[in-house]
Design a protein around this ligand. Structure first.
Ligand SMILES: [Zn+2]
Length: 154
């Protein structure tokens, strides 16, 4: 059981292998396809406008037909996967969750890593619980600060 007084949360930062992506790019700002123009700039396909910040504004889409090398080559693994998921098709385990213990985050990280992803476990500071009293105290403190700044002006 987590200790709720000092609860820390965990999440994962996943970098999938380059070969697991489709050779296509998309703009994260508008979700439109991005292509390279004749001068080598990354541009929106629909109107040719150059992306300001390539690092932040493009992403590549994962190829749903990709599978890790040697995928289900072991007959026992194949039987277990098919029994559980209905067919042999590979899919990446979900990684967009918040985990309550480092152990569960780590086991999901290990699973993703076994398929070739690189994973960092990100840990939060202890969670601050806002009781109704605490919310009220915070609001009073905000209002008092605002009042003090108004008084200092006049
Ligand atoms: Zn865009």
């Amino acid at each position: 059981m987590p200790d709720f007084e000092n609860l820390r949360l965990f999440t994962l930062t996943v970098r999938y292998p380059a070969e697991a992506y489709l050779d296509r790019m998309w703009c994260t700002a508008c979700s439109e396809p991005v292509i390279e123009d004749a001068d080598g700039n990354l541009v929106h396909q629909y109107d040719g406008t150059i992306l300001d910040n390539v690092e932040d504004e493009t992403y590549n889409e994962l190829n749903r037909d990709w599978e890790p090398e040697g995928w289900l080559s072991d007959p026992d693994d194949r039987a277990a996967w098919v029994e559980r998921f209905g067919d042999e098709k590979f899919f990446w385990p979900k990684a967009d969750k918040v985990y309550f213990t480092k152990g569960t985050a780590r086991s999901r990280a290990r699973l993703l890593e076994s398929y070739g992803a690189k994973v960092d476990i990100v840990e939060s500071e202890p969670v601050i619980w806002l009781t109704p009293e605490r919310i009220q105290q915070n609001r009073i403190a905000e209002l008092e600060a605002e009042l003090a700044s108004l008084r200092s002006v006049s």
